[in-house]
Design a protein around this ligand. Structure first.
Ligand SMILES: *[C@@H]1O[C@H](CO)[C@@H](O)[C@H](O)[C@H]1NC(C)=O
Length: 224
């Protein structure tokens, strides 16, 4: 956390402002506990992201608490399908104020209606094992997502690739906030989105980076 703290202090000096302190943690279940850490200056909110994960026959939940921008908080629920019955759905709640703890609602139920769009899907760790297949997108998933992550955990292969259908909220273009999850998870080394092909033509949008909460959750799914 040295770099964000230094950046925070510098900005605080220049702007006579103060940096937010937020709880940081990541773990299975509907809550987690961690230390308070100083946010980088671009973050104005403390967040809780709750994820429902379907992994073949298994269903579980995971929680990540971290600093976030209010813009990302307001983006709405995130849903990503990787194919082969692997999917995640996330909601984020935020609050402003040192160490504040937002109330987090329930993750909305999965919308399993096929929407006519398709994307290449694969979830591979390490990336060389990626066997791409075409998957059908459901509900609000209108984008094809393609991300590579580097884990910081020892012992596991350091890289993973994840491709699939995603909501626009998963693709919201924001800065990659490497370091938002220090030591716990890892880094998004590469992330892009393209509109999913369908029989109905879709507007072309620029590729975007993932929102930090999502990258943290994807890593959680990877590491657990
Ligand atoms: C599910 O997704 C479809 C396709 O986007 C949409 O038309 C429908 O309203 C959604 N259903 C619910 C319950 O949100």
């Amino acid at each position: 956390m040295k770099a964000p703290l230094a950046a925070c202090l510098l900005t605080a000096l220049l702007a006579m402002g103060a940096c937010l302190l937020c709880e940081f943690c990541a773990g299975p279940g509907a809550d987690c506990r961690g230390d308070r850490q100083s946010c980088s200056p671009e973050f104005d909110s403390c967040s809780v992201a709750l994820t429902d994960r379907t992994w073949e026959r298994e269903k579980n939940q995971a929680t990540v608490k971290a600093c976030l921008t209010s813009r990302t908080c307001k983006a709405g629920p995130v849903s990503v399908s990787f194919g082969k019955a692997k999917a995640i759905r996330t909601i984020v709640a935020c609050c402003q104020g040192d160490g504040c703890s937002p109330e987090v609602a329930k993750v909305p139920p999965a919308n399993t209606t096929l929407n006519g769009r398709r994307c290449p899907g694969c979830y591979a760790h390490p990336p060389e094992q990626c066997r791409e297949e075409t998957i059908d997108c459901v509900g609000p998933e209108t984008q094809c997502i393609d991300i590579t992550v580097t884990t910081r955990a020892g012992g596991t292969p350091p890289k993973a690739v994840m491709k699939g259908c995603a909501t626009e909220t998963a693709c919201t273009r924001i800065k990659d906030v490497t370091g938002a999850f220090p030591g716990i998870l890892g880094e998004l080394t590469n992330g892009k989105c393209t509109p999913a092909a369908s029989t109905v033509s879709a507007a072309v949008r620029p590729a975007g980076l993932l929102l930090p909460a999502l990258s943290g959750l994807l890593l959680l799914t990877l590491l657990s």
